[in-house]
Design a protein around this ligand. Structure first.
Ligand code: URA
Length: 240
């Protein structure tokens, strides 16, 4: 399949498409040994050999890193017994098999990373790295100082005690509050259970950050490739 050179480069995680165009114009890119400076040049990534600054981008080890703004009503596993829609259904045009890094509940929205880089998946998901994840939640009721302390101290849920977490009030009305919750653990439905423990039902839950990686302007249901510095940042976070 023929695609624009800058698109293929950005898929490989070289940089954003815009930056790749600049690299092409600057004469830093070769296709099959010839320097290409023309914008709109098309390549077949299965067959053509693309070099950037003398380094070959090899489709055999093509690693894809995707950031999806997950809508509610999608499962993060590949498929389930009830035939519900899966996040992979949202990745139109991706022929490579990618997997979610960690999971979000069926009814949770927001930032989800998907990749075929097994090392990164393992490292990011590993609890020893204590990577902060921030969730914006609409919860029933008003948050008290004691609630904030409970999050900070850790609380008993089922058979475990939660690690210290941050509960920040963003705004509130008579009935509801919008809060940001930051924790580094990722136990099953942990945010919902922690909120329920302090007497606040979660009405809407959206992950807005993993470390410093955020959704930016990505709309619900949209996805994009991570750029090179974001990939490097994630690798560093996971200690790869
Ligand atoms: N905590 C939850 O309760 N649900 C999620 O999807 C993620 C974190």
């Amino acid at each position: 399949m023929f695609e624009r050179l800058q698109k293929v480069m950005s898929k490989y995680g070289v940089a954003s498409r815009r930056k790749c165009e600049e690299m092409i114009t600057a004469g830093r890119v070769k296709v099959n040994g010839c320097t290409i400076t023309e914008q709109g040049f098309k390549v077949d990534k299965e067959k053509d050999i693309i070099e950037v600054d003398g380094k070959i981008l090899n489709s055999m080890d093509e690693k894809l890193y995707i950031l999806l703004n997950k809508p509610a009503g999608y499962i993060t596993s590949v498929k389930d017994q009830f035939g519900r829609p899966a996040v992979l259904d949202l990745l139109k045009g991706i022929n490579t098999r990618v997997f979610p890094v960690g999971r979000l509940d069926y009814d949770t929205e927001g930032l989800l990373i998907l990749t075929n880089d097994g090392d990164l998946t393992y490292m990011i998901a590993h609890p020893k790295h204590e990577i902060n994840k921030t969730y914006r939640a609409l919860i029933r009721g008003k948050v008290s100082h004691d609630d904030i302390i409970s999050f900070k101290r850790g609380m008993s849920i089922e058979d475990y005690t939660t690690a210290p977490a941050l509960l920040e009030i963003i705004r509130f009305s008579k009935e509801n509050s919008v809060v940001d919750i930051t924790l580094h653990e990722g136990k099953n439905r942990q945010v919902r259970k922690m909120c329920s423990e302090i007497g606040h039902e979660v009405i809407r839950l959206r992950r807005i950050r993993i470390g410093e990686l955020s959704l930016g302007s990505l709309k619900t249901g949209e996805w994009r490739y991570l750029n090179k510095s974001e990939i490097e940042y994630l690798k560093k976070l996971g200690g790869c």
